[in-house]
Write a protein that binds this ligand. Structure first.
Ligand SMILES: [Zn+2]
Length: 148
């Protein structure tokens, strides 16, 4: 924060131009105050530089952690094809993908086609789908091979 330092320098210039007697009480008080302000400005400057370095460092750690998580947690929810089911919409033929967890969810969840809003799957035993959802095993394996 060069601005703070230059403002303190400006105050020093002002006080120098005021013809205050250096040894008067007022003169000593004023120069002491300006000295303290100068110290504050320097400390603030150093703190700010340290803070910026810390932020850069933290950012690089965050990026490293993110790529590490990507490699380690292959089965993060919503990040892996193994966790997805797909079903063909009986009305418009759109392939609708949804989270595999929905199948086992205790609440009744309806999956609707994003294309025509037709209900394509309900995680209810009484619901009979024309096209049973299938795991995307073929696609998942193919992508794993690409990773190698
Ligand atoms: Zn549809």
């Amino acid at each position: 924060m060069e601005d703070l330092k230059s403002r303190v320098a400006y105050l020093q210039g002002l006080s120098a131009g005021m013809d205050l007697e250096k040894e008067s009480k007022e003169g000593r008080l004023l120069s002491s105050i300006i000295d303290v302000l100068g110290d504050f400005a320097s400390s603030f400057n150093e703190l700010q530089e340290a803070q910026e370095q810390l932020e850069d460092y933290l950012e690089s750690i965050d990026e490293d952690l993110y790529s590490l998580e990507d490699e380690i947690y292959d089965d993060r929810p919503g990040m892996d094809d193994d966790d997805y089911m797909e079903v063909e919409c009986p009305r418009c033929g759109e392939i609708v993908c949804f989270d595999r967890d929905i199948v086992d969810d205790e609440d009744v969840i309806e999956v609707t086609c994003p294309n025509c809003d037709e209900v394509v799957f309900v995680n209810d035993d009484t619901y009979a789908s024309a096209d049973e959802p299938e795991l995307l095993e073929g696609r998942a394996e193919a992508e794993h091979e690409d990773d190698l």
